[in-house]
Each structure stands twice: as structure tokens, then as C-alpha cells.
Design a binder for this molecule. Structure first.
Ligand code: SF4
Length: 416
């Protein structure tokens, strides 16, 4: 309890310390590889084939993670205009524009956080368009800047059932990456090394899933904001044993909270689902507002996007093809509706917040009536807030707060 006697609105998770150390080690290793050439560096999209890259010994860097740092540090709105000035529209992904702006202006939160002058230089750029086309255009900017190879996988979008034909094509595309990866890394492909990396990544996924599923408990031991912080190793260190150990200790801490009946929000009354991207620069404010109303965001599409249960060491290529295609963002509206219905039931959700992010239509699921259909089918109220992941100029705090309050009041009036 703080000195003013009021309950804390944000409760610290002990494992945050070890997580910061782990993320620090990850960035220092990247920096060293980039400066000394001790290892080759591959840039990878956040749901790209990281396991394959690690199996060749690449240090793997994820520009989207840097995009999120630019958002949470609130540097993005000052950097986006630099990308606009070289022709990248203010309407496209603000991760892309803030990252390109950061490169052009030579300003990065990595300096303050990890003492790095900038992101590590790539030896190769590897994308998967499973999430959007922007990632390919984003990497193409750096291909022109650094004059390094860019290779990738083009995944079909809006998929309902995943068929053998889908998988066969994607397995072929994954295999086709191998010769270039061998050439750039100077390492022969080793199927056993890939199996080992895939198994490690799968173990990480299972740990991360346990973390998120801990929030099914009432009261929830963690919030959406906690999830966005602690997902770091699942994003950037999947395939590395340190991520597996990290989630074992985090799960143990959350189990302690559950056993002691300690919720992330004191007196938790309302449980919400967050669909869409976080508003990175406003996560703290959102958490405080919800906590002050005894509401907890217990689950989200975003944090669940780094669960890759399809990974399979026995058949690593098919497993990767499946895991990176099963994702919510790749799927049809019908699949998304069924998925969200399951989440609402599993987590005991009272209301859903849809974030319509202006520059990311791919993660804005209110544009084709899904939110209305879901409220009709489940009777769970929702609110749509308009904003953006990184460009805070597109977000009105006052308007969003009024909408959050209205959702809570709607639930309270029904409960009376
Ligand atoms: S999914 Fe959205 S936020 Fe992510 S890279 Fe694509 S456009 Fe940007």
C-alpha cells in the first residue's frame, strides 16, 4: 500500500526483475553480434519463422518489438513525420512509420534501456505476410538501406479451416528459405538442430499459455498490461531455453497469487476482454482507470497471438507452417467469432473492448460487424474505441475514458 493509504492501482509482479535482466541480455547479445560479427543477425517479423533462423545460429531481432518500445516510450508521434516525409503514408502501420522514423532520426529507446546506439544491423531480413503486407514493405525499406537479402513467406489470409493444400504450399515456402539461410549464415542446415529449437519454442509456448490461462481464475492474478510486458520472451526468445525457464518461474508466482486469493485488481468485480492492439502509450492510464473501477482486463487477442501450439519437433516444417497459419489474425471472420465466443466463456468475460487502430486494419476486428454479432450471440456488451497502437495523435483519451465509463456503468446498472 502506498504512503497515501490508498490501495495500489498497479501491482508489481516480482518476476518483472528477472524478465528485465533476460531482455537486457538478449539485446546485449544482439548488439555484440552486430558490432563484432561474432554471430550473424537476422531480422524477423514477429510471427515469422524464428525457429528456423535460430537453428542456423542467427541472433534474431524483431523490429515490431522495437515498434512497441517506440509506442510505449511515446517517442513514436515525433518520429512518424520523418517517415511521412520520405513517402510513407500516415495511414499505414504506425509501427512501420515510427520505426523508419527512428532509423532516419537516429533516435531509439534502446539507448536509454540497454545502452545501444541503435538496432543491430541485419545480415538478412525474413518476413511472413501472415499478419499483413506492411511487414514486407517495412523490410523492403531496410533491404534498400542495408543491401542485404530479403526472403519470406507469403501466407494466404482470411482462412477458415486449414487444409493440406495450405500446409503443403507453406512447407514448400519454408524449405525454400534454407539455401539462402545456409549461404548467409555459412552453416549447413541441420534437421536435428531445427527439431531441438522447435521443441524449445513449443515448451515456451506452453509456458506462456499457462501464464495467460492463469487469468481464468477469479480474481485474475494478472492484467492485460502485465501480459503485454511479460510476453517479451515469448516474442523475442522463443526457441531459447531461457524463455522456458522464465515462464516456469512466472507461472509459479501466479499460482502463488491464485492460492492466496490475490487479484491483480483489488476487489475485482468486472472482467473485460481487449480485442486489437494495445494503445502502447496509454497502457498505464488504462490499467489505472479500470483498476479504480474494480475492473480487470483479463484476456486479449493480442497476448494470445504468441501461442504456437502447432509447433511439432517430429515434423518441424509442417509444424511451423501450421503454427504460423493457425493464428487469429490469419483467419476468417467465422473462425474469429468462434474463437472470441470461446474466450468469453473460458474467462467469464462481462464486456469486450474493441480497439479500432487507425493504422492497423489487420488487428481491428470491429470493421465487418463481428462485434455486433458477438454481442447478439452472447449478450455481452461491448465498446469500440478509436485510436492507434503508436500514433497518439489519433487517440482521444477523454473520449475513450467516457466510453470505458459508459461500459462499466451499463454493467453496474444491470447488476443493481
Ligand atoms: S499487423 Fe498491424 S501493427 Fe502489426 S505490422 Fe501489420 S499493420 Fe503493423
Amino acid at each position: 500500500m502506498p504512503a497515501d493509504g490508498k490501495p495500489a492501482l498497479i501491482k508489481k509482479i516480482r518476476s518483472a526483475g528477472p524478465m528485465r535482466e533476460l531482455m537486457g541480455a538478449y539485446f546485449r547479445e544482439l548488439d555484440e553480434a552486430s558490432k563484432t560479427g561474432s554471430a550473424k543477425v537476422a531480422w524477423c517479423t514477429s510471427v515469422g519463422p524464428a525457429e528456423l533462423l535460430r537453428s542456423f545460429g542467427f541472433r534474431v531481432y524483431f523490429p515490431e518489438n522495437h515498434g512497441a518500445l517506440l509506442g510505449s516510450s511515446r517517442l513514436a508521434p515525433d518520429l512518424i513525420p520523418a517517415a511521412n516525409a520520405v513517402g510513407y503514408s500516415p495511414e499505414i502501420c504506425s509501427y512501420l512509420t515510427s520505426d523508419v522514423g527512428s532509423y532516419l532520426r537516429k533516435l531509439t529507446p534502446l539507448t536509454k534501456a540497454f545502452g545501444m546506439a541503435g538496432p543491430p544491423k541485419p545480415d538478412i531480413l525474413v518476413y511472413n505476410t501472415n499478419q499483413c503486407r506492411d511487414v514486407q514493405d517495412w523490410f523492403a525499406f531496410y533491404q534498400r538501406e542495408f543491401k542485404v537479402p530479403m526472403i519470406g513467406i507469403e501466407t494466404p489470409r482470411s482462412i477458415g479451416d486449414i487444409t493440406k493444400d495450405h500446409l503443403d504450399g507453406l512447407v514448400g515456402q519454408h524449405r525454400a528459405l534454407v539455401p539462402t539461410l545456409e549461404r548467409v549464415s555459412g552453416t549447413r542446415f541441420d534437421i536435428d538442430r531445427l527439431r531441438e529449437t522447435v521443441k524449445c519454442s513449443h515448451d515456451c509456448t506452453l509456458g506462456w499459455k499457462k501464464v495467460l490461462r492463469a487469468a481464468e481464475h477469479v480474481p485474475s492474478p494478472l492484467t492485460f498490461a502485465d501480459g503485454t510486458i511479460h510476453m517479451g520472451p515469448a516474442v523475442v526468445l522463443r526457441g531459447d531455453p531461457r524463455a522456458v525457464s522464465y515462464y516456469e518461474s512466472l507461472v509459479a508466482e501466479l499460482e502463488e497469487r491464485k492460492a492466496a486469493g490475490v487479484g491483480a485488481v483489488d476487489g475485482e468485480r468486472w472482467r473485460f476482454y481487449w480485442d486489437g492492439m494495445p494503445v502502447w502509450g496509454k497502457l498505464r492510464e488504462h490499467t489505472e482507470l479500470f483498476s479504480s473501477r474494480r475492473a480487470c482486463i483479463v484476456a486479449s487477442t493480442y497476448c494470445n497471438s504468441w501461442i504456437f501450439e502447432g509447433l511439432a519437433e517430429e515434423d518441424p516444417f509442417t509444424g511451423m507452417a501450421r503454427a504460423y497459419t493457425e493464428l487469429f489474425i490469419v483467419r476468417s471472420e467465422e473462425f474469429k467469432q468462434r474463437y472470441l465466443e470461446g474466450m468469453v466463456r473460458d474467462y467469464g468475460i462481462h464486456g469486450i473492448v474493441y480497439h479500432d487502430a487507425k493504422t492497423c486494419p489487420n488487428n481491428s476486428n470491429d470493421r465487418y460487424g463481428l462485434h455486433v454479432r458477438l454481442t447478439r450471440s452472447l449478450g455481452v456488451p461491448h465498446v469500440v474505441i478509436h485510436g492507434d497502437l503508436n500514433d497518439l495523435r489519433l487517440y482521444s483519451e477523454e473520449q475513450a475514458d467516457t466510453q470505458f465509463e459508459a461500459l462499466i456503468e451499463q454493467l453496474e446498472s444491470k447488476a443493481v
